[in-house]
Design a protein around this ligand. Structure first.
Ligand code: MIG
Length: 840
């Protein structure tokens, strides 16, 4: 029953579908509008009276919402909606006293909205009914387990005080994914997923199945309701549909996928160049160095400290010669200083956030009292974008946006260069432009969660204007739904603790399931001093974070991969070298993310929805479709117990085969992170390089995991042919030419049966011309195959050395085949002795 202060919709009065793009449902006190996109996403807007919430998508730089034609009809007291073209039906149940809106997906109810209520002014509540068996995840950047069942979560961007488990954190994405495992005992039905997105950049709260196991209660500080119901049935479907309107990431520059080395404390050109020298001398692959606040003149953004960084341009070009790019930090706070042009100009133009009495609001940050640009205004974003010229012209490659929740404090203590902040400042009494209608103002709280997003949008534009041909790279701490369009996200101030290492997995998976594929945590931890063993375990995993960066605070011990002695350095070298070897795979995964919204890091249930046991696992993950990581997360541990989803798995390093489903324990001495390849699967690699700009000696080494499927010890299912496919993506790695079709894609497919393995490399597609190149195919574990053919001709398998042209050889347990890749299709076929029939 409704509380007195609440307005509930009441009974249905009538509906109107005369405009095919939406159906209006008029309840006694509330008007609903329902529309459906070409990706079958159902959007529900509702408000008291007749003023539906305004669509902010364009104002936030997203695509326009594109509804398909639908119509409504009544059957048995229930209103149904139908997609006129696809014939799909969404159902709206009308109960006597309140509406309930059910999203039907694959013939079943995926999500139902009910208990919609309004509390004037500016508050709305809605309950989403979900399966009581669903795991409830996503929710943007959140601490804790991947499954948020039982949690009370808040969406309000904030500088999180370094307390693990805190909520909220820096990024608000009011989106969740409900993934339901198959019913117990049913191995045929795959699990089902659906998603829900609440468009609200003021605060909101999610009560995740606390009051009832099948309900998520949402309360938002918005006056109208703007909700998107995202059908599956698979997680990949949900992510594709969600990102079809929330946006997908552009292709990142390839160098941004390399390793980044950072520290708050590289406070002179000498220190920075020394890090560069060390990394190269020790052959620790790295692409990027980062400069924290110390490079600036008195923390004034868009300036250089002319003592400690006297000749930035020369420094940057020396670093560029060694293959390093430099990314500099920028905070939104502009120092209040009449002699500082950025401030004086911003002030004169009226670009800073104001109090309701019209005075410029200031907050204490590193430079002292600072003003905050109002990024909701297009003009201000344009002005901010232009400021980046100074940095871009000097050769800065990308921008790191910090403190953009925005964060600041009430006061601080200063001794020379040491600044001790005291108490975070709540920004109160401040107004900003309404992003949808800039002539109006809203309180800061009403638009707080898009502050960082709008800043990144300006930063992205600034880099693009400064170098129109190059892909921008922006890293951000704060964000809102769609942040992936402008920036990669790192998870802020963690600490050098085992807990934080473990936690990074569920945090990054949660972000990944919220549309943000390019994410990472500070390797080694930001605060405290990192013990050597922890650093070794952390860089092993962190070298395979989608965004891979070591960062730390000046207070703790040094945290470069070479700062922990030779043993840990060797571990780091191996881990970073593996990242470089995997670059063709990784880069292709980022392209999949760009095209379809599929995350790079995936929870196990994403790949194995039919396997109930996978839903509870959040300390293992899939890197793309082929590789599973089972990192060591405990001090002193030298083995790792892990869950194997069904099928055969092969350890990437030693080629040992293991059968799932079930639990196994693998040896994990310090240098080893257990990585298992799914059988069958494909992983394109290259020979190692020191940075992504260095040409690889072997640009394409195709690792094929198919042989184990032939093994006699394999389970019954091995009698069937099993297949895998992967799309290899290549382009120039830095320019925007890929937007004009200058890229190359190659479809790889693999069929494995007990008798044979067939690799088919389809004709290359796309307009990018690649020079003819030697490709090496490594059939892992297929060394005992009797016969190999490439395009029909039998290969002698006795070549001792790497050949040119077409060749084959045995190499330990593996069988290798080489061919010249000139873009034409290639078929490589291996046959096991004594078995006649292979796949067609
Ligand atoms: O108040 O720029 O999360 O990565 O080193 C701290 C100094 C400000 C917080 C960031 C951290 C960065 C630090 N910044």
């Amino acid at each position: 029953m409704a509380r007195r202060s609440e307005v509930v919709p009441g009974r249905l009065i009538g509906w109107d579908d005369s405009d095919p793009r939406r159906v209006l449902l008029r309840f006694e006190r509330v008007l609903f509008e329902i529309s459906v996109s070409d990706e079958a996403v159902v959007r529900v807007r509702a408000a008291v009276g007749s003023a539906l919430p305004v669509d902010p998508s364009i104002a936030l730089g997203r695509e326009r919402w594109r509804p398909v034609s639908i119509h409504a009809f009544e059957r048995g007291g229930i209103i149904h909606l139908e997609d006129v073209h696809a014939g799909a039906v969404w159902r709206i149940d009308i109960e006597p006293h309140e509406p309930s809106i059910a999203l039907m997906s694959a013939g079943a109810r995926a999500l139902t909205l009910e208990q919609i209520s309004f509390r004037a002014p500016g508050a709305v509540g809605v309950t989403a009914k979900v399966s009581e068996r669903a795991i409830l995840t996503g929710f943007g950047e959140k601490a804790g387990r991947l499954d948020k069942r039982g949690a009370a979560l808040k969406m309000r961007n904030r500088d999180a005080d370094m307390r693990a488990g805190g909520d909220p954190l820096y990024v608000a994405i009011p989106f969740f994914l409900a993934a339901t495992p198959p019913p117990p005992g049913d191995e045929q039905t795959p699990g089902r997923a659906a998603g829900l997105f609440l468009e609200c950049y003021a605060s909101s709260r999610f009560d995740v199945a606390r009051a009832a196991a099948d309900r998520v209660r949402i309360e938002a500080d918005c006056s109208g309701l703007d909700l998107y119901l995202v059908p599956g049935p698979s997680c990949a479907d949900v992510l594709r549909r969600f990102t079809s309107f929330a946006g997908r990431m552009p292709m990142p520059p390839k160098w941004a996928l390399g390793y980044h080395q950072s520290r708050w404390g590289y406070d002179s050109a000498d220190k920075l160049e020394n890090v560069a020298r060390q990394l190269r001398a020790r052959r620790l692959p790295a692409d990027v160095l980062m400069l924290d606040i110390d490079y600036m003149d008195g923390f004034r953004v868009f300036t250089w400290n002319d003592q400690r960084f006297a000749q930035p341009q020369q420094m940057l070009s020396r670093l560029a010669e060694q293959g390093f790019r430099v990314v500099t930090i920028i905070d939104p706070g502009v120092k209040v200083d009449a002699d500082y042009p950025v401030y004086a100009d911003g002030l004169a133009r009226g670009y800073f956030c104001r109090r309701s009495d019209g005075s410029v609001y200031t907050v204490q940050v590193w430079p002292g009292a600072s003003a905050l640009p109002d990024f909701n205004r297009a003009e201000v974003r344009q002005w901010w974008a232009q400021q980046h010229r100074v940095l871009a012209d000097a050769g800065v490659a990308g921008i790191w946006n910090d403190m953009n929740e925005p964060a600041g404090w009430q006061s601080d203590l200063r001794w020379g260069r040491l600044i001790l902040p005291y108490r975070n400042q709540n920004i109160e009494g401040v107004v900003q432009a309404d992003p949808v209608d800039e002539t109006r103002t809203l309180s800061h709280e009403e638009v707080r969660n898009i502050y960082g997003l709008q800043e990144c949008r300006a930063t992205f534009a600034g880099l693009q204007e400064a170098r129109p041909q190059q892909r921008p790279f922006v890293l951000t701490r704060s964000g809102y739904a769609g942040i992936q369009r402008y920036a990669a996200v790192w998870t802020g101030d963690n600490a050098s603790r085992w807990h934080d290492l473990r936690q990074s997995i569920s945090m990054l998976l949660g972000l990944s399931l919220s549309g943000v594929p390019f994410c990472g945590s500070d390797i080694g931890g930001f605060a405290l001093s990192c013990p050597s063993e922890l650093y070794a375990r952390w860089i092993q995993l962190g070298a395979l974070y989608p965004f891979s960066r070591t960062h730390s605070m000046w207070l703790g011990r040094a945290q470069e991969p070479y700062s922990f002695g030779p043993r840990v350095e060797a571990v780091a070298r191996q881990a970073l070298t593996l990242r470089m070897r995997l670059m063709p795979y990784l880069y292709s995964l980022f392209h999949h993310a760009h095209r379809t919204g599929a995350p790079v890091w995936r929870p196990l249930f994403y790949e194995f929805p039919e396997e109930a046991a996978c839903y509870a696992i959040d300390d293992q993950l899939m890197l793309g479709p082929s590789l599973m990581l089972a990192p060591v997360l405990e001090k002193g541990a030298r083995s790792r117990k892990l869950y194997l989803p069904p099928g055969r798995w092969m350890c990437l390093d030693d080629g040992s085969a293991h059968d799932g489903p079930g639990w196994i324990t693998l040896n994990a001495p310090l240098p080893r992170l257990p990585i298992l390849a799914r059988v069958p699967s494909l992983v394109p690699m290259q020979s190692p390089v020191q940075h992504t700009g260095e040409p690889a000696e072997e640009p394409l080494v195709l690792h094929v995991f198919g042989a184990a499927a032939m093994g006699p010890s394999h389970s019954v299912r091995a009698s069937a042919t099993r297949s895998a496919a992967f799309e290899l993506y290549e382009d120039d790695g830095t320019t925007r030419d890929y937007e004009r079709g200058l890229f190359a894609t190659t479809r790889l497919s693999l069929h494995a049966s007990p008798a044979a393995i067939v690799l088919e490399v389809a004709a290359r597609e796309g307009r990018l011309a690649l020079p003819a190149r030697q490709v090496r195919v490594v059939f892992r574990g297929a060394g005992d195959c009797a016969e190999a053919r490439c395009d029909g001709s039998a290969l002698a398998l006795d070549d001792a050395a790497l050949g040119q042209g077409i060749w084959g050889r045995r190499s330990g347990d593996d069988l290798e085949v080489g061919y010249v890749d000139d873009g034409r299709p290639v078929r490589v076929e291996l046959r096991r002795q004594g078995l006649e029939s292979g796949p067609q």
